[in-house]
Design a binder for this molecule. Structure first.
Ligand SMILES: C[S@@+](CC[C@H](N)C(=O)[O-])C[C@H]1O[C@@H](n2cnc3c(N)ncnc32)[C@H](O)[C@@H]1O
Length: 192
């Protein structure tokens, strides 16, 4: 459902997000990475954050379930962006970091533990996993997309039995102009 939305609205979504300044979020994540380390951008959308991570000297692989957005991100990055869902994506690489900015929020609550576990299987031991969700609890459908809202308690519940442990959680407001009253949960998880 959400993937159809992104395919049908790829140009407008790209235009409204590619210039968003996400540096305050990236700055919370990159100190966990070794110099020149590898990052997987999971649900990369426009490719904005992959671009910045590449500029910072990291090796980045990016994928997105929307073929239309993957095409636009590929143009931005000048390198292949795979079309895959979180559960379909596989890699022989073990990454130093996984960046899932506002993307896992489209996975149902029931499927999130498997999505976290599958992505974590491609993360090195000690590696860092950033994720963000709209703040709260509950599953909602809005404008052709489904969202799982998440707060600190739900995140801890979703990670029960997973190799990922919460290292840092913080709240932010939406970075897009006019949406400053929307709250987000941000977290960096570490793989044991
Ligand atoms: C709100 S956008 C965020 C995009 C980008 N990470 C950013 O911060 O601008 C959500 C992204 O997740 C992708 N997505 C949705 N469901 C997905 C899934 N099951 N597997 C992989 N990507 C998915 C969408 O196509 C979209 O690009």
């Amino acid at each position: 459902m959400s993937i159809d939305f992104y395919n049908q609205n790829a140009s407008s979504f790209y235009a409204s997000t590619v210039e968003v300044d996400s540096s305050s979020l990236l700055e919370q994540f990159t100190p966990y990475l070794p110099k020149g380390g590898s990052v997987l951008d999971a649900g990369c959308g426009s490719g904005r954050d992959s671009k910045r991570l590449i500029e910072l000297g990291f090796h980045v692989d990016a994928f997105d379930a929307s073929a239309a957005l993957a095409t636009l991100a590929q143009q931005l990055l000048g390198k292949p962006v795979r079309v895959a869902t979180f559960m379909q994506f596989t890699s022989t690489l073990q990454y130093d970091g996984i960046w899932a900015c506002a993307s896992l929020l489209h996975v149902s609550k029931a499927s999130l533990p498997d999505a976290f576990a599958h992505l974590a299987s491609m993360l090195k031991s000690g590696g860092a996993f950033y994720c963000s969700f709209k703040y709260g609890q509950g599953e909602v459908e809005r404008d052709g997309r489904s969202f799982t809202h998440c707060d600190e308690a739900l995140l801890a519940e979703l990670l029960t039995g997973s190799p990922l442990v919460i290292d840092k959680v913080w709240l932010t407001t939406d970075l897009r102009v006019g949406r400053e009253n929307e709250q987000w949960l941000n977290a960096v998880l570490l793989k044991r």
